[in-house]
Design a protein around this ligand. Structure first.
Ligand SMILES: Cc1cc2nc3c(=O)[nH]c(=O)nc-3n(C[C@H](O)[C@H](O)[C@H](O)COP(=O)(O)O)c2cc1C
Length: 353
């Protein structure tokens, strides 16, 4: 891999091998001093060292989360879990992609390969795998135990069609299972291809409202974030924010932008059965920033206080600061952190200058 340290998630290995053998590279070293003196900040009603961390995905289990905390990522999201086991898609799950310029939100065709060059953008395609609750609940509880002062685990989950009488009920049941681990914050993933209109659940506002209310009914006293995709304008998302006014505690955005990754011969790079994949990293930063600005503007219009976690293409201090300036209460990096395990330490050091 060019120009970068060893990623803590190895894209050449399967999800299962990463789960059992990872993390890799610097994250294997737990003997690091990441507590750089800084004034803690408030996130929700909690004190966090720096409201920066890793979103749902690359942190597969307690071993990954412990390493991330040790390396100064203070908000760590445990990869999305389900109420029943589900296998991962086969390899490839992660490929580097090379868009000509910035990626549009219109499912662009992009060259994909194993050349992980900077500025890095990747496609990821896992199908949201999960172990059974008896495995992930104990492991998530262990991950929560590994947090030091000013650090928090966020438990990400999603409902699965067919696991309960309705998807709403399965979201609520999985939220209850996550809550049993004592996760201090919950995040419902609504931005993976699912049951709703236009493929993504978060575009089906009535369903999202029912899901959020079912979850709050079952777990009323934990902060609840919803993970959202990119919405192209204010009017497209305002009705959702109005419906959920006072129901949920925050939004995490964005997930990925969809694209068609192809190999050098123009064939689907993830396999013929997976013509599209979610893109993350540098190419989607514009969309993440735009969504955070949008949510901050609409938050002011609604005179609401929901929190915003800004995600997408963060790989240096300037990106962190741009998200904060756009209105994010916290910022997270998946691709940037995977290929630079020192990212949180670097940001903390440069902010303290
Ligand atoms: C390897 C990998 C796995 C991911 N898995 C999930 C997931 O299980 N649930 C989820 O909500 N988002 C998932 N994501 C999306 C990230 O949380 C994030 O929204 C996206 O990668 C954009 O951030 P980035 O540009 O910093 O990578 C995953 C991302 C990556 C790179």
């Amino acid at each position: 891999m060019q120009n970068s340290p060893t990623p803590f998630y190895n894209p050449l290995l399967s999800y299962e091998d990463n789960y059992h053998q990872g993390p890799f590279g610097d994250f294997r070293n737990l003997n690091v001093s990441a507590d750089i003196q800084s004034q803690p900040e408030r996130f929700l009603n909690m004190e966090v060292n720096l409201p920066f961390g890793i979103p749902a995905g690359p942190l597969l289990n307690a071993n990954f989360i412990r390493a991330a905390f040790k390396h100064g990522f203070d908000l760590c999201v445990y990869k999305t879990v389900r109420s029943r086991a589900q296998a991962s898609h086969p390899l490839p799950n992660v490929l580097s992609i090379h868009p000509a310029g910035k990626l549009s939100a219109n499912v662009d065709t992009v060259l994909a390969d194993n050349q992980y060059t900077q500025p890095l953008s990747i496609t990821n395609s896992f199908g949201v795998p999960s172990y059974n609750p008896d495995i992930w609940q104990a492991d998530m509880a262990e991950a929560i135990q590994s947090a030091q002062k000013g650090q928090y685990v966020i438990g990400s989950f999603q409902g699965t069609p067919g696991n309960e009488s309705s998807i709403e009920k399965d979201y609520a049941r999985t939220a209850a299972l996550v809550n049993e681990t004592k996760a201090p914050i919950l995040e419902a993933n609504l931005s993976c291809p699912n049951e709703g209109v236009n493929k993504l659940l978060c575009f089906d506002f009535d369903k999202v409202e029912r899901i959020a209310k079912e979850i709050k009914n079952v777990v009323p006293d934990k902060p609840l974030f919803l993970k959202l995709a990119y919405f192209a304008d204010d009017n497209a998302i305002f009705p959702l924010l109005s419906k959920l006014d006072g129901v949920i505690d925050g939004y995490s955005t964005i997930n990925t932008l969809s694209a068609r990754p192809v190999d050098a011969d123009g064939k689907p790079a993830l396999g013929t059965d997976r013509p599209t994949g979610g893109v993350c990293g540098d190419a989607i930063r514009w969309a993440g920033l735009e969504m955070v600005e949008r949510l901050a503007r609409l938050r002011a219009r609604l005179q609401n206080h929901f929190a915003i976690i800004g995600v997408g293409g963060v790989s240096c201090t300037e990106h962190y600061q741009a998200y904060r300036a756009a209105g994010a209460d916290a910022v997270m990096s998946a691709t940037g952190a995977m290929w630079n395990p020192q990212l949180a330490i670097e940001i903390k050091k440069s902010l303290n200058k």
